[in-house]
Design a protein around this ligand. Structure first.
Ligand SMILES: Nc1nc2c(ncn2[C@@H]2O[C@H](COP(=O)(O)OP(=O)(O)OP(=O)(O)O)[C@@H](O)[C@H]2O)c(=O)[nH]1
Ligand SMILES: [Mg+2]
Length: 218
């Protein structure tokens, strides 16, 4: 009972800070996406390729979330985009306060699109609003097609779903239609993109969607 009360308080406080973040993003005209996936689904690789394809239209910045290391921030920095790394030191998700604090170290000059890579985990990150406009869940073809029904919350709270690593389909036992059916059953409003961050296949429609949506701030 006490535990549940504490958890509710933590979430309520997080929601307040997330609302502050969202107001700040809206005030600055920055469109924000929160990227969620299991470890290794390809979030950072997708970000690297996406930033290169966007080519500054819109100008993007990245917040990286990891349990340890600044490996991902270094990879993003190599693209030239502004980036800040949050190391959670064991925590399995980002929280609004961590993002708020990290923004102080990020060059947001001229930035219209902020991409937040959450800690690789399909469970905890789904419960914490960071102040983003939309959540994007990334699944990959090496994870099994039943993830939308095994981890439904992350698919329910997301607006967009990327199915990544489609270049591996000939080599893995993954039924795309089964995955799409499971995902649509969990969330009928999900918008899908099938991508390979390795070959670039399917990235153009995703980048077009970003370009269409980034200026249409809510
Ligand atoms: N074949 C193939 N490999 C990919 C693709 N996208 C990413 N990878 C590989 O998958 C591995 C993990 O990719 P990352 O981009 O680091 O994944 P991540 O989701 O950022 O991982 P965490 O930050 O640790 O959760 C790397 O070896 C990538 O090269 C893809 O579309 N196809
Ligand atoms: Mg990563």
């Amino acid at each position: 009972m006490d535990f549940i009360t504490v958890e509710r308080k933590v979430l309520r406080k997080n929601d307040e800070l997330a609302a502050e973040n969202r107001a700040r993003f809206n005030g600055a005209g920055v469109y924000v996406l929160n990227l969620l996936s299991s470890p290794g689904a390809g979030k950072t690789t997708l970000l690297e390729q996406t930033i290169r394809l966007l080519d500054g239209r819109p100008r993007a910045a990245v917040v990286e979330g990891d349990v340890q290391t600044d490996h991902d921030a270094r990879r993003i920095a190599a693209t030239g985009a502004p980036v800040v790394q949050i190391v959670t030191n064991g925590a399995c998700h980002l929280e609004a306060k961590l993002v708020q604090d990290a923004l102080g170290s990020l060059d947001m000059d001229g930035v219209e699109l902020l991409l937040i890579e959450n800690v690789g985990n399909l469970v905890c990150p789904a419960s914490f609003d960071l102040g983003e406009h939309k959540k994007v869940v990334i699944a990959s073809t090496t994870e099994g097609a039943d993830k939308p029904v095994k981890y439904p919350k992350v698919f329910r709270v997301s607006d967009v779903c990327l199915l990544n690593k489609i270049d591996l389909l000939p080599h893995v036992d993954f039924d795309v239609d089964e995955f799409l059916n499971y995902a649509r059953t969990t969330n009928p409003d999900l918008r899908f993109f099938q991508t390979s961050a390795r070959t670039g296949e399917g990235l153009e429609p995703w980048v077009d969607w970003l370009r269409d949506n980034a200026p249409g701030r809510s």
